[in-house]
Design a protein around this ligand. Sequence first.
Ligand SMILES: Cc1cc2nc3c(=O)[nH]c(=O)nc-3n(C[C@H](O)[C@H](O)[C@H](O)COP(=O)(O)O)c2cc1C
Length: 201
Amino acid sequence: MLTTKEAIEKRRSIRKFKPDAVSREILEELINAARLAPSACNSQAWRFKIVADQIIKDKLVEAARQQRFVAQAPIVIVCCASLKEYVDDLILGTKDLADNHVFDQNIVELVMQGANYLRGLTPAQLGVIVEFNVAIAIEHIMLRALDFGLGTCLVRSLDKEKVRQIFNWDETMFVSALLPIGYPAENPEPRRRKSLSEIII
Ligand SMILES: Cc1cc2nc3c(=O)[nH]c(=O)nc-3n(C[C@H](O)[C@H](O)[C@H](O)COP(=O)(O)O)c2cc1C
């Protein structure tokens, strides 16, 4: 098992995979890592579709602007936010946190006011707000994957509508990213990073 520091330093985007299957148990461990991520008012809007079917993976390549490595991975996780329950879950989570004395009453009131605003947004507008939560959950998966020797690559250059069509989802299932997962068939050097002094403002 890697330390968090080791996982962060070891992670690379992997785009070449061995054909070896990833077990159901490991996939559940990965989704469990996502489940434990923090979210706005504990709303937990993330949803994950685990795809192993080659025909569907090939369709995902088309949605991912012909990024062929997506279909080469034994597993692709389609990472989404469910907008249908989002505002209700936001309120539920807020009340729960208030009941547990985590949130003050003024925060509860702010969320209630915000909820009306959120209900007035289009799915596309709301999705952009909600997917911040999904991104954190994805990072949990990417780091946890390293404990099992697995590689991942977040893919966001994507025609989201095409993805929804593949699964027959309506607009309330906001597609955020694809996450191809498998045992790496490459060992890339660390990619260039800005120095600390460049990023501390
Ligand atoms: C928001 C986001 C979108 C990305 N989209 C793609 C993508 O569509 N295709 C791809 O090959 N890599 C994609 N990547 C991976 C980046 O290219 C990669 O993280 C970056 O080059 C740094 O390399 P590293 O992850 O190996 O450190 C994406 C990463 C992020 C965070």
